[in-house]
Design a protein around this ligand. Structure first.
Ligand code: AMP
Length: 200
């Protein structure tokens, strides 16, 4: 793809469209935020959108609150609606990093359909970045985290759900030549550089 560390400077570039994959605690959200800023594209975190909905007490928030607390996944149809609406916004057309979506094979199919339905240049994804972190390090990080849904049994459930539902996406995207695996067991800055190297 055409994007690099200085890509935000060029008005003629085609929009950068990336998906970030990784287990809970991999630093995926942090990296998505840093990279979106550096590349000048929108950071779209479905987890953050759902947490906002819960905080607002909207119908969506009421629907997903208990599910999120348990560490389970929100159903694919609900997520399709959330993501379709978000990707239709103007800023997303200038490029995005999707953080936390897709998380299941049906969601990956839905994302493909949504993107191919959007008008404009280069609708397809440029790359899917996998942030790989060893299990012991994930556990260590989880114990150090403070978030409300980080009770130990919820952490375990989130990891189990990741293995069962989300890991199959690795082969799915590898088979499409889109996967860029990055070793996430390093400092934030080091991982950011590795990702930039992997997507250049
Ligand atoms: P995250 O901040 O990405 O870890 O997401 C927090 C929680 O939001 C997850 O544990 C799920 O309950 C829910 N969630 C976020 N994104 C999705 C998604 N793509 N599919 C289903 N549930 C999701």
């Amino acid at each position: 793809m055409a994007a690099g560390p200085n890509a935000a400077a060029g008005p003629a570039r085609s929009p950068v469209k990336l998906v970030f994959l990784g287990p809970p605690g991999s630093g995926k959200g942090t990296q998505a935020e840093v990279l979106a800023e550096q590349l000048g594209v929108s950071h779209i975190s479905t987890g953050a959108m759902l947490r906002d909905a819960v905080a607002d007490g909207s119908d969506l928030g009421k629907k997903v609150d208990g599910i999120m607390r348990s560490g389970a996944l929100v159903d694919d149809d609900t997520m399709a609606e959330v993501v379709r609406d978000r990707l239709a916004k103007d800023d997303a057309r200038q490029g995005f990093i999707l953080d936390g979506y897709p998380r299941t094979l049906p969601q990956a199919e839905t994302l493909g359909t949504i993107l191919s339905g959007l008008s404009g240049r280069g609708a397809a994804l440029d790359a899917v970045v996998l942030i790989d972190v060893p299990e012991e390090e994930l556990v260590r990080r989880a114990l150090a985290r403070q978030r409300a849904d980080d009770k130990e049994e919820v952490v375990r459930e989130r990891l189990r759900v990741y293995r069962e539902k989300t890991e199959p996406l690795i082969d799915h995207y590898r088979g499409r030549g889109l996967l860029r695996a990055v070793d996430g067991d390093a400092t934030i800055d080091q991982v950011t550089s590795r990702i930039l190297g992997a997507i250049d």
